[in-house]
Ligand binder design. Structure first.
Ligand code: PFF
Length: 516
């Protein structure tokens, strides 16, 4: 273990911007609107809010507390709770590795589409252009046979930016980048939304999004969707928040920060829902169809539906540039946070300095990403990886963590005391009930629900042979690798097991300068 002092955020605002930058990502812009629309419209806001209060915020606070308490990234922090728990940390590290490798590609597409917007390069057929001309995508199962330069170069650019930001460190890189990008993102987005709601047909779109279908509330899958959205959207279960909180000062407020980050994220999400559905309403009106016929989410929304709208609307080019830039910025700040988990974990384990760690570890993620995704099979691999690693990686790792902390070690009480000692808002029994009972039950239920679907039909109609390696293989591989790395003995790692019970309130060693 190195004796370099741990890096620290320059200010509370810096930490908040970074946490919000991580949370606000593609999930907010293209996932939330579709989830809300498909799961009861306006009525979805109720399970969504309940999920935020009973699982999202409590878990966010727990991750902040563990990170700040142990001042380490997930493997080393969990190891201090109990040695075997470091396997969960490494599992998360491999999950982050995989997610980073494909998430970067989407950011790269957004960068490319920012330029395509200027002259509407997709022409008359945005769908054909995206999968054909641009991605040169082939059928799943066709194997990797060609390389796509048009994706490779923007991807290389994205990785260069990410690695430079990470190379500059927590304060000069991550914090500064977020303080710059997040206000810019909000500005772009507000302009976009104002434009969208003043389009013809906007009201039709908003009606479609917000008209409540109260009957949906009795459908279990709507609740699963709400919890799933909250987990993904707040970036919890990835190890990101543990890592970011490990750079906090010892006395920093935790619960207040979690509330700010959580509500900022949800506000942005709802804003995005309004912008997206107002735009879809315009599109439906312009083509004389119902909003249900144009409602899309994910890749199809951003790279097919939006280009279609951009071609139809007055000043569409400008709208397109703002939209794709927003997507790229939102994605970039999330990408930075997820790669930092991998880098920080390896540093905590090996004592490597930031520079070499960014070059070697960050470089490795970049190389994997550049090797696999700018190919004819890239789109399909991305789709399968994304589905499986989220359903059977993030969700399961979060469940394992809660079972270990809440049930096996029974550490929720001392962790609560640790958070309370420095926070403006005090936690109560409700916090422990949410984490000890509600969240694990919901996560387990989500698991069963998605397994049931998995076995009833192949995800995305893809061939089983393809899903075995690109889906199950990658998700299972992350777990196996996590356990294997955890088995390597630590020679001079951090002092093992350090029961949090013994030290409730931290000695106040608050001195930014000397600790830096
Ligand atoms: N909260 C992020 C989002 O909404 O997109 C989740 C995330 C995904 C964070 C991928 C980081 C990441 F690389």
């Amino acid at each position: 273990m190195s004796n370099q002092p741990r890096e620290q955020w320059g200010s509370r605002v810096g930490f908040l911007f970074a946490a919000i930058g991580s949370a606000i990502g593609l999930g907010n812009i293209w996932r939330f609107p579709g989830e809300a629309y498909n799961n009861g419209g306006g009525a979805f806001l109720l399970p969504y809010l309940i999920a935020l209060l009973t699982a999202g915020l409590p878990l966010l606070i727990l991750e902040y507390t563990v990170g700040r308490r142990y001042r380490k990234s997930p493997p080393a922090a969990f190891r201090q709770l109990t040695k075997p728990a470091q396997a969960i940390g490494w599992w998360q590290v491999f999950i982050c590795f995989v997610i980073a490798s494909y998430y970067a590609v989407i950011v790269a597409w957004a960068v490319r589409y920012t330029f395509f917007s200027v002259d509407r390069a997709w022409g008359e057929d945005p769908a054909g252009f995206f999968a054909g001309d641009f991605l040169q995508s082939s059928d799943p199962g066709a194997g990797i046979s060609s390389y796509v330069g048009g994706v490779f170069w923007p991807l290389l650019f994205v990785w260069a930016v990410v690695l430079v930001i990470l190379g500059l460190g927590v304060r000069k890189g991550i914090e500064k980048a977020n303080i710059f990008f997040i206000p810019l993102l909000v500005l772009f987005f507000v302009v976009l939304v104002v434009r969208a709601v003043t389009l013809d047909g906007a009201a039709k779109g908003l009606d479609a999004l917000f008209t409540p279908d109260w009957g949906a509330l009795t459908d279990g899958s709507v609740w699963v969707a709400a919890y799933g959205q909250i987990f993904f959207s707040l970036s919890i279960g990835f190890g990101i928040m543990v890592t970011y909180a490990s750079y906090l000062r010892r006395k920093s407020d935790l619960t207040g920060s979690a509330l700010v980050a959580g509500f900022a994220n949800s506000s942005f999400e709802i804003l995005a829902g309004i912008g997206v559905f107002a735009t879809l309403g315009f599109m439906a009106q312009a083509s004389g169809v119902g909003v249900n016929e144009v409602a899309e989410s994910g890749v199809g929304l951003a790279f097919i539906a939006f280009p279609t709208v951009i071609s139809q609307m007055p000043l569409g080019g400008l709208f397109g540039v703002l939209f794709f830039l927003s997507l790229a910025i939102a994605g970039l700040t999330s990408l930075v946070s997820i790669v930092e988990v991998v880098i920080s974990s390896v540093r905590d384990r090996t004592g490597m300095r930031r520079g070499p760690a960014v070059a070697i570890v960050g470089g490795l993620v970049a190389v994997a990403s550049l090797a696999v995704f700018p190919t004819n099979a890239g789109l399909n691999i991305l789709d399968a990886c994304d589905h499986f690693i989220n359903q059977y990686g993030i969700v399961l790792a979060a469940l394992a963590f809660l079972i270990v902390v809440g049930w096996v070690l029974r550490k929720l009480k001392p962790l609560q005391a640790n958070a309370d000692a420095t926070s403006a808002v005090r936690l109560g029994l409700w916090w422990r009930i949410c984490l000890g009972v509600v969240t694990p039950l919901v996560l387990a239920w989500m698991m069963v629900d998605s397994l049931r679907q998995e076995f009833s039909e192949n995800y995305g109609g893809m061939p089983t042979s393809f899903l075995i390696w690109s889906g199950w293989g990658i998700a299972g591989g992350a777990l196996i690798l996590g356990v294997l790395v955890a088995l390597i003995p630590w020679r001079n790692g951090p002092e093992p097991e350090d029961p949090v019970d013994e030290e409730v309130a931290e000695p106040a060693v608050e001195s930014g300068k000397e600790e830096r």
